[in-house]
Write a protein that binds this ligand. Sequence first.
Ligand code: ZN
Length: 243
Amino acid sequence: MKNDGAALVLFSGGQDSTVCLAYALDRYGRVETVGFDYGQRHGVELECRQTVRSEIARVFPAWGSRLGPDRVLHIASFGAIADTALTSEAEIVMLESGLPSTFVPGRNLVFFTYAAALGYRRGLHTLIGGMCETDYSGYPDCRDATLRALGEAIRLGTEIPFTIETPLMWLSKAETWELAERLGGQALIDLMIEHTHTCYRGERGKRHDWGYGCGTCPACELRARGYEQWQAARAENRRRQSG
Ligand code: ZN
């Protein structure tokens, strides 16, 4: 554990950023979180993040002692430019570009740039995000090459040796559940299922094995498939161990 280190986690209250928060609390002595309100069409994600933070601190007291303040930065002007399905009432469809209409151009570039400015002020020089290019929707700003280039730009632009860590970059969604279990056992899995939010439509009515959501949007489908694959791999492992 790098107990002397300090990290800032890009935290949305979703499944991936919650695993990143657990990862950071496992490694760093001081961890703060940042979220972005860019006029998402549902505030449910922003509510979930407060619940996830307080539940993590309650269920894992050692992590709670390292968990510092949270900030929500309001960047509504960015949401106004990136007027796509996620920030407006348009339906979620696949576009000719091959990207879903939920794509907000350059979102992660903006998020990390804001995070670096905040980290500069707070003395948090490790920036952690849940971007992933294994099971993903094809967003170019989630890719490792993009974020390595951005890290370099941030270091040059601030003269601070910032590092961008993306612990989920090469994991499948099933492996992300596996990492969560390794970090926090069944208690973290239960917490994620009950309190994290993934659904693009902002629905929390129906409870599935993998958590709450509409069950049919691309984000719900990805989450459901990952969970099922993880469960299947676990069952297979148990069968092998007992046989
Ligand atoms: Zn959904």
